[in-house]
Design a protein around this ligand. Structure first.
Ligand SMILES: Nc1nc2c(c(=O)[nH]1)N[C@H]1C(S)=C(S)[C@@H](COP(=O)(O)O)O[C@H]1N2
Ligand SMILES: [Mo]
Length: 398
């Protein structure tokens, strides 16, 4: 009964397959681009995820902007994949209504993997985009872990999808192979849209792909400026503006939001270095009296914005030496902030010993603004912004 009523509808949907926009060739073209965007996003995402776990074996402090580059690429490729994903769904839409919906066990598995791929991809890019706007409080699950697990689901189901579709992908890989398939007559239904070459309807594919290209370009150039300096002036939708903020640098969390306005400005503030039960305390003047080092290092936030800045302060290794502690020590760094996920960070020895890792007291030639971590903050090369702890309270040898 249901089948009888559904068939004509499904038939009608299926017939749109002779539209070149919905032909396998278009699906392959868009699919290739999407696979590239997803792969870049996946690899840079894995790197970011592992870095946040602070393993010493992955300490790459050089080049200093390495994380700025990979995370910028992660968010750029993630945002670019949104119009590509929508275009791909549009292209294959008729085929999602294949009838009968299941033709056997293998076919059922294949369709299930596609359903999983579509659902996981949509959720993945949606929560990623929300994260760039710091809206992760919107969902009731931990962002980073969920984003990480879903990434594997997306890539796993994508690999299955590619494996299943491999004959079709190779058939429609190039214009030449597509023409050969059309000529052979063997794939008449699939290549129906390719007939448009004569009727002029192939133009609609070109128009479609041009539209997709413009959409990808538009979302990219209007957001990439949050991390690519030369595109800063086009940054309309990126949530952070380069150069805007105290000291010419954006602020991710203000002192007020972190609840440290009073403790950070208290006259009795001391930076405490702890090693077992030994404690050494430094006032701000005592920190200023130690040798001062300058370093140009970026703040590179996981959310996709980043900016270079000039920092000045005490080298971490000099500070540890002043407290009688070897430079290459694993550290636990704590902020005055009492709540919130970025109130502390671990620092593996390779970063601690790095001559560019500073307890910064100055930013861009002036005393640190309270929103940038006054009286003292961490700045280290090649690390995610979330680990550049502001409003330091204690540094403990782990
Ligand atoms: N104590 C503390 N330090 C912190 C944070 C925080 O919330 N609390 N945010 C971190 C994050 S996520 C980033 S990206 C950088 C941003 O530094 P900025 O606000 O000085 O630009 O600070 C880091 N240090
Ligand atoms: Mo961040």
């Amino acid at each position: 009964m249901l089948t009888e009523r559904m068939e004509p509808l499904m038939g009608r949907l299926r017939r749109t397959a002779d539209d070149p926009v919905k032909s396998p060739r278009t699906a392959v073209i868009v699919g290739r681009l999407l696979a590239v965007a997803f792969s870049i996003c996946f690899l840079t995402g894995i790197y970011s995820h592992i870095l946040q776990e602070e393993p010493a074996w992955l300490a790459f402090p050089r080049p200093v902007g390495i994380y700025r580059f990979t995370q910028g690429l992660h968010v750029i490729s993630g945002i670019a994949s949104i119009p590509l994903l929508l275009a791909k769904l549009w292209t294959v839409f008729p085929r999602l209504f294949e009838w009968p919906p299941v033709r056997g066990v293998l076919h059922a598995l294949e369709r299930a993997s596609i359903a999983l791929l579509i659902a996981a991809s949509l959720v993945e890019v949606a929560i990623g985009l929300l994260n760039t706007f710091q809206l992760y409080a919107l969902f009731p699950f931990p962002f980073r872990q969920t984003h990480f697990v879903l990434a594997w689901v997306v890539m796993g189901s994508l690999l299955i999808h590619i494996a299943v579709k491999l004959p079709l992908i190779t058939r429609y890989w190039s214009a030449r192979s597509t023409a050969a398939a059309a000529r052979s007559g063997e794939f008449a239904e699939e290549t129906a849209g390719e007939e448009g070459a004569r009727t002029g309807r192939v133009l609609s594919r070109r128009a479609f792909l041009t539209t997709v290209g413009i959409a990808v370009g538009a979302v990219t150039v209007t957001t990439a400026g949050q991390t690519v300096d030369s595109l800063g002036f086009l940054n309309v939708f990126g949530p952070r503006r380069q150069g805007v903020g105290p000291g010419g640098l954006p602020v991710n969390k203000t002192a007020e939001q972190a609840g440290v306005t009073e403790t950070a400005t208290a006259a009795d503030w001391r930076l405490e270095i702890l090693d077992g039960d030994r404690s050494t305390r430094f006032s701000l003047d005592e920190l200023r009296a130690l040798p001062q080092t300058s370093a140009s290092l970026p703040i590179a936030c996981v959310e996709g914005w980043s900016q270079m800045a000039d920092w000045r302060g005490v080298r971490m290794s000099d500070l540890l030496a002043a407290a009688g502690i070897p430079a290459a020590s694993d550290l636990m760094i704590r902020s005055l902030q009492e709540r919130g996920s970025s109130r502390m960070s671990e620092m593996p020895a390779p970063y601690t010993a790095d001559p560019l890792t500073l307890v910064a007291l100055e930013l861009n030639g002036a005393e640190l603004d309270i929103d940038h971590g006054y009286p003292a903050r961490i700045i280290a090369p090649g690390r995610p912004g979330a680990l550049q702890t502001k409003w330091l309270a204690t540094i403990e040898v782990a």
